[in-house]
Design a protein around this ligand. Structure first.
Ligand SMILES: C[S@@+](CC[C@H](N)C(=O)[O-])C[C@H]1O[C@@H](n2cnc3c(N)ncnc32)[C@H](O)[C@@H]1O
Length: 287
C-alpha cells in the first residue's frame, strides 16, 4: 500500500471541512498543517509522507475545525496590523474585517506627533497593539470588561512590550461607565472601538455562536447598547479634530451615523467598507 502524502491528507481534510460547512476549507486545512509542522503554508512539503504523530495531530485539529472551532483557536494565533496576537477560548478572534478601521485610524494620526489613542472593548488588545506597533511614539490606552479576555490582553500586551513595541496601558473597566477615562477628557486624538454589535437573539455561525464569548458579540435588543456608550465617550474624550471609528455589522452604518449626527459634536461623518466591500465601520471627526 502506498503511504499517504501530506497533499493527499490535505485533500481529505478539505473535503471533511467542506462537508462541515467551513467557508475556507482548503485554507483552514493548510493553516492547521503548517501549525502542526512548524512551517509556513508555502513551505508545506506536499509530496512528503507525514510522520504518524504529526498525522494524528493534524487529523485531530481537522476534526475540531469540523466542529467549527475557529481555526485561530486551534493555531493559537491571529494577526492584525502585522502584529501576532495570541487567542484561545474566552476571547474574541480579531478579524481581517477590522484592518480598514485600523488603517483609517492610523491615517488620522498621520502628522500628529506623540498621539494619544484609546481602544474601547479591546478584547485580546489587537487594535491597541496594532496602533502602538505602527506608531511607537503614541500612548495607547485599552479597556476591557471581561476578565478572561483581559487575561489574553495582558499576555499580548506583555509579549509585544518584550518584542520592543511601546507598551499599551491596559485597563479593566466598563465602556458604559460615564466616567471611563475621565482624566483624558478632551485630549484624545483617536478613539477606535470594535464593540459587541449583534442584535440579541440573532443566530450566528457556530464559530461565534458556539465558541466565542457572547459578551463580545451581542449588543442588546437593538445591538447598539455599547455603541451608544462609545459615541458618548467620543464626544467627551476627543480633542477638536480627533477621530472616532466604530466597527459594526453590514446594516448599522446609517443608524450609527445618525447617532453621531444627533450629538451635534462631529463633522465628516461617514462610513468605510471592509475587504468584501461591505459597510463595516463608521467614522467622524470631533468639531
Ligand atoms: C467584538 S469584541 C472586539 C475585541 C477586539 N477589539 C477585536 O477587535 O478583536 C468586543 C469586546 O468588547 C468587550 N466588551 C463588551 N461589553 C463591554 C463593556 N461594556 N465595556 C468594556 N468592554 C466590553 C467584550 O468582552 C469583547 O472583548
Amino acid at each position: 500500500m502506498t503511504a499517504t502524502t501530506l497533499g493527499a491528507v490535505l485533500t481529505e481534510a478539505e473535503k471533511t471541512l467542506t462537508d462541515a460547512g467551513a467557508w475556507l476549507p482548503r485554507e483552514d486545512a493548510e493553516q492547521l498543517a503548517a501549525h502542526v509542522m512548524g512551517c509556513t503554508v508555502a513551505q508545506l512539503p506536499l509530496d512528503a509522507v507525514p510522520g504518524a504523530e504529526d498525522l494524528a495531530r493534524l487529523r485531530d485539529l481537522v476534526a475540531q475545525r469540523a466542529d467549527r472551532v475557529p481555526v485561530e483557536y486551534l493555531t493559537g494565533r491571529a494577526v492584525l496590523g502585522g502584529v501576532e496576537i495570541a487567542v484561545g477560548p474566552g476571547v474574541f478572534v480579531p478579524r481581517k474585517h477590522t484592518e480598514p478601521l485600523l488603517a483609517w485610524g492610523l491615517d488620522v494620526l498621520h502628522g500628529v506627533s506623540r498621539p494619544l489613542a484609546v481602544d474601547l472593548c479591546t478584547g485580546s488588545a489587537a487594535i491597541a497593539l496594532a496602533v502602538a506597533h505602527a506608531r511607537p511614539d503614541s500612548t495607547v490606552h485599552a479597556i476591557e470588561l471581561d476578565p478572561v479576555a483581559l487575561s489574553w490582553a495582558r499576555r499580548n500586551v506583555a509579549r509585544q512590550a518584550e518584542l520592543g513595541d511601546t507598551p499599551v496601558a491596559l485597563h479593566a473597566g466598563d465602556v458604559t461607565d460615564p466616567a471611563m477615562f475621565a482624566e483624558l477628557d478632551g485630549t484624545v486624538d483617536l478613539l477606535l472601538a470594535n464593540p459587541p454589535f449583534v442584535v440579541d437573539g440573532v443566530v450566528l455561525p457556530p464559530e461565534w455562536q458556539e465558541h466565542q464569548p457572547w459578551s463580545a458579540l451581542f449588543g442588546g435588543q437593538d445591538g447598539l447598547v455599547v455603541i451608544r456608550a462609545v459615541v458618548a465617550a467620543a464626544v467627551r474624550l476627543l480633542r477638536r479634530g480627533g477621530g472616532v471609528a466604530i466597527e459594526h455589522d453590514d446594516e448599522q452604518a446609517e443608524v450609527i451615523m445618525s447617532l453621531l449626527r444627533e450629538q451635534g459634536a462631529f463633522t465628516d461623518i461617514s462610513y468605510g467598507v471592509d475587504h468584501w466591500g461591505t459597510p463595516r465601520y463608521t467614522t467622524a471627526r470631533r468639531k
